[in-house]
Design a protein around this ligand. Sequence first.
Ligand SMILES: Nc1ncnc2c1ncn2[C@@H]1O[C@H](COP(=O)(O)OP(=O)(O)O)[C@@H](O)[C@H]1O
Ligand SMILES: [Mg+2]
Length: 286
Amino acid sequence: MSRDEVTIPIDMGPVEIAREERKASAPVQREVVFDLRDLGVRYGTTTAVSGVNFEIYQNLITAMIGPSGCGKSTVIRCLNRMNDLVPTAKIDGEVHYHGQDIYGDGVDPVEVRRRIGMVFQRANPFPKSIYDNVAWGPRVLGMKKNLDERVEKALRGAALWDEVKDRLKKSGLSLSGGQQQRLCIARAIAIEPEVLLLDEPASALDPIATAAIEDLMHDLKQEYTIVIVTHNMQQAARVADRTAFFSLEVGQGKRTGVLVEYDSTDKLFTNPTDKRTEDYVTGRFG
Ligand SMILES: Nc1ncnc2c1ncn2[C@@H]1O[C@H](COP(=O)(O)OP(=O)(O)O)[C@@H](O)[C@H]1O
Ligand SMILES: [Mg+2]
């Protein structure tokens, strides 16, 4: 599962793939990073989502959209076994990561989370210095060599270095909301994961900070595979190469999240196949 084993088709760098992807839904040779097979999640006796099948491709930005409560956060948390931390959560189906089921026997969830980093809706820096926030993951993992360079690289990667390089010892909590969220992204990439999961990373930010995060995502996708949950359709349309639309299915008095449609972002927004997608993206629902 190392990054080195991953191949990108010759003559088709990640950026070109992405551009191609935005233009048309024509099949393009891509590396599958995640393959979700009949994924379902229950919390106690309540089924939050069921029957989710789709593939997530390397060096693309994949968005998950849909009304509140349709299971977007639940699904994204399955991609790095974050739902393990919810005691009532029970996962059905399989989540293959480069061909290996991360819920299979003998898989270490800590190792999964090392390769697949996550950033949450509310920026949550530790009450530590900017430097120590970024150095935290590498220290925990024993990556102590060249720590200064590693911290700088992560802060540069998160487009925050120039703003904080003269105050690395100041508290992470002294930064603005947008800077704090970029600090959390720096903290996530400091351990060099392959994938970045972002659950509504900009929903608490003002438009300028949101634009900074969106620009940053475009830069990061050259190195990372990015999955983003957003309730903001315009944001999905701006940043994502592919979009998955989830909705709630009502039956026997219960509401269960389902994946309705998954396609290139352009296709999903301009020419959706499913009536439910059309109603949602044209604003007739939700
Ligand atoms: N930790 C939890 N415990 C119990 N139910 C939960 C938990 N997290 C989410 N749910 C329920 O699962 C469903 C999907 O929630 P969620 O994945 O947060 O949706 P979304 O992110 O699309 O708004 C909702 O009905 C929600 O109440
Ligand atoms: Mg959510």
